[in-house]
Design a protein around this ligand. Structure first.
Ligand SMILES: [Cu+2]
Length: 165
């Protein structure tokens, strides 16, 4: 009886996770409808709010003007929570340093643990003075948060709100 109950709870949480994975998808270059420039500082985004129309494909041109490494990650809160231990592990393995990324170590460690490669279509991780971009299609996207999951940054509010309508 308890076993069955446990399975039901487990299935429910899986369904819940799926529902929360609606974050849109990687966009195509030729479908970009708008370019938004974003500057990352220690520890906030400028702008820190995005108004987006459902279905729009946005190219985010992201620049890190801070002194620390920062991430621009398009996801939802649950995904950020899941990603943060991976970023913590990157710090523990000395891949992710406060103001730089050890790319050599990253490559090596990624062979053993894919998460250490930090290769995600919905995220860019930038060293100070670096620039990057993400093309993102906001279709079927709900409860989106842009956030930085470098340890401690989410907690001090390095989050940008996204309103999709
Ligand atoms: Cu950050």
């Amino acid at each position: 009886m308890f076993k069955i109950l446990f399975v039901i709870i487990l299935l429910n949480s899986v369904a819940y996770a799926d529902k929360n994975m609606k974050i849109g998808s990687k966009g195509k270059k030729n479908e970009v409808t708008r370019i938004i420039k974003v500057i990352m500082y220690d520890n906030y985004y400028e702008p820190n709010f995005f108004q987006i129309k459902s279905g729009e494909t946005i190219k985010f041109e992201v620049e890190n003007a801070g002194m620390l490494v920062h991430e621009f990650n398009i996801a939802n809160k649950m995904m950020h929570m899941k990603h943060q231990p991976e970023m913590q592990k990157m710090v523990e393995n000395e891949i992710l340093l406060a103001d730089s990324i050890d790319k050599e170590k990253m490559k090596k460690m990624a062979k053993m643990d894919k998460a250490m490669g930090h290769s995600h279509s919905n995220s860019v991780l930038l060293e100070p003075k670096q620039k990057g971009e993400i093309i993102w299609k906001f279709d079927n996207a709900v409860n989106i948060e842009v956030a930085c999951n470098v340890p401690g940054h989410y907690q001090v509010g390095m989050i940008a709100k996204v309103d999709i309508n």
